[in-house]
Design a protein around this ligand. Structure first.
Ligand code: SF4
Ligand code: SF4
Length: 151
């Protein structure tokens, strides 16, 4: 996710996370894409793509929301859920091999002998909705490893 108002904090500073399907992230951030994601979304779903400084993004609607966001009642749905871009799959977690947002000891986690640094965007409304943080962080490290190898 790329855009306004992220507030990344180390994972040890929150108790847990559970997506409440509010759709806020799909309304407020511009979605960055790899070249292959841009190509597939344009060809398969007729997605509006913007290219800026050699990077690709989903062009938001006039109100700033993602063109694939839809709502049924108060519940947000992604119309391309199973093919959504990597940044959407990883949000609100930010995994790295380096402590990019500081507070290294609070962000550090060792998994299978490797050290990772994980941050969570506190702006997400699902933050602190559960008490499962370490389990979720370990799961997101696996997702990050999988998707950063394939996109
Ligand atoms: S802002 Fe957080 S809780 Fe709301 S839809 Fe996005 S990930 Fe889920
Ligand atoms: S592609 Fe789907 S998950 Fe990603 S911002 Fe758009 S509606 Fe949300």
């Amino acid at each position: 996710m790329h855009g306004r108002g992220h507030h990344y904090v180390p994972w040890k500073d929150i108790s847990g996370w559970k997506c409440i399907r509010c759709g806020q992230c799909c309304r407020e951030y511009i979605v960055s894409l790899s070249y292959y994601e841009a190509l597939i979304l344009a060809l398969k779903h007729n997605a509006p793509i913007i290219k800026m400084k050699n990077k690709y993004y989903l062009m938001p609607r006039a109100d700033g929301s993602c063109p694939f966001l839809t709502k049924i009642g108060s519940v947000a749905y992604c119309r391309i859920y199973y093919e959504r871009p990597t940044v959407c799959k990883l949000y609100p977690f930010y995994v790295s091999n380096r402590p990019v947002y500081g507070k290294a000891s609070r962000a550090e986690i060792i998994k299978d002998g490797e050290t990772y640094y994980v941050y969570v965007d506190k702006v997400c409304r699902g933050v602190n909705r559960s008490k499962n943080i370490e389990e979720v962080v370990r799961y997101y490290i696996e997702l990050w490893k999988r998707y950063t190898k394939t996109t």
